[in-house]
Design a protein. Structure first.
Length: 118
């Protein structure tokens, strides 16, 4: 079970790190080239804050495997990521972007598994 949770942590962390890095470091008008869709009408500052939240969540999720963090910090981080991904799923469903919604739904399930079993 520990190996499965570690694998989920690393995979989810890397996905959040990649997605967050794109949102934080790539200009809004170039995000579509990288496959980030649906953010045309979202303010740039909000996109940057989403990226920062995703990178922070990824760092805490991955670092929790290597250093001892207070359990409450990890739980708060995971709840925040879950809320972020539930919001993203709703956003993509409203825009009829079902492929993106399915990816965010998978991340929600992975985060909930980490939240329950860690």
């Amino acid at each position: 079970m520990e190996k499965a949770l570690a694998s989920i942590s690393i995979i989810a962390g890397l996905i959040f790190l990649f997605a967050g890095s794109l949102k934080l470091f790539i200009a809004k008008n170039k995000l579509k080239i990288w496959g980030v869709k649906g953010l045309e009408f979202v303010p740039s500052l909000f996109i940057k804050l989403l990226g920062l939240a995703e990178i922070t969540g990824a760092a805490i999720t991955i670092l929790s495997l290597f250093i001892t963090l207070p359990n409450v910090i990890l739980k708060i981080c995971l709840v925040g990521l879950a809320l972020l991904m539930v919001s993203a799923t709703i956003f993509h469903i409203m825009r009829k972007e079902f492929q993106n919604a399915s990816m965010t739904s998978i991340l929600v399930v992975a985060i909930i598994c980490l939240l329950v079993f860690k």
